[in-house]
Design a protein around this ligand. Structure first.
Ligand code: 5GP
Ligand code: MG
Length: 186
């Protein structure tokens, strides 16, 4: 397997908009906010694969209260933008009935994906459903999308970014900061 030729060029021409240190300061603040709201509810933290894994992996050790973890993997059908069009590669495995749930994803963009995952958690009778995202593109929301997340790390403009779990053509998820893709690669 060879590296697709443009991945290195995408990385070389991208601009770091948040360093690892800035992200981790934001994670500390999120962990504090979560403690205030959730410490007494022993929440189930549900990681949305694959983008949410670096975020959740770095958030979890900052939480000073008892949590259980699970994951979901869902993709939108190509070209479809309504919640009902979500295709589930993995649904929650832990029973959600009566639980306080925190859905942990990389980024809130149009909001369709998270709206659908939240709806699924409610359908499975979770008692309360919270959402946590590392990044928010507040100007990108679509009709029917989740209007806002309960816990937000950092805001960004409506540009394509990679790093800290977010991909560019499935590569570059391992970059330690958040990088804005150059205009020619957007
Ligand atoms: P939504 O349904 O909110 O429009 O889609 C959110 C999903 O789109 C995110 O979980 C993420 O997988 C993907 N996404 C949205 N914006 C970006 C971005 O700037 N970079 C990357 N790598 N993925 C993005
Ligand atoms: Mg995603």
């Amino acid at each position: 397997m060879q590296l697709p030729i443009n991945i290195q060029e995408v990385y070389d021409k991208a601009t770091c908009i948040y360093t690892q240190q800035q992200i981790e300061t934001a994670l500390d603040a999120m962990a504090e906010a979560m403690h205030t709201k959730l410490a007494d509810s022993y929440p189930l933290m549900i990681c949305v694969l694959k983008g949410g894994m670096v975020f959740m992996g770095n958030l979890l050790p900052r939480l000073k209260f008892q949590v259980e973890i699970d994951y979901v993997h869902a993709t939108r059908y190509r070209g479809k933008t309504t919640a009902g069009d979500l295709f589930w590669l993995a649904k929650p495995t832990v029973p959600l009935a009566g639980r306080t749930v925190v859905v942990v994803d990389d980024i809130l963009d149009g909001g369709i994906t998270l709206a659908a995952i939240v709806a699924k958690c409610r359908e499975l009778e979770a008692k309360a459903v919270y959402t946590a995202v590392l990044l928010d593109k507040p100007t990108s929301r679509l009709p029917g999308g989740l209007p806002a997340a309960d816990f937000v790390g950092l805001e960004i403009e409506d540009r394509f970014v990679f790093g800290y779990g977010l991909d560019y053509d499935e590569f570059l998820r391992n970059c330690p900061g958040i990088y804005e893709v150059a205009a020619e690669h957007q």
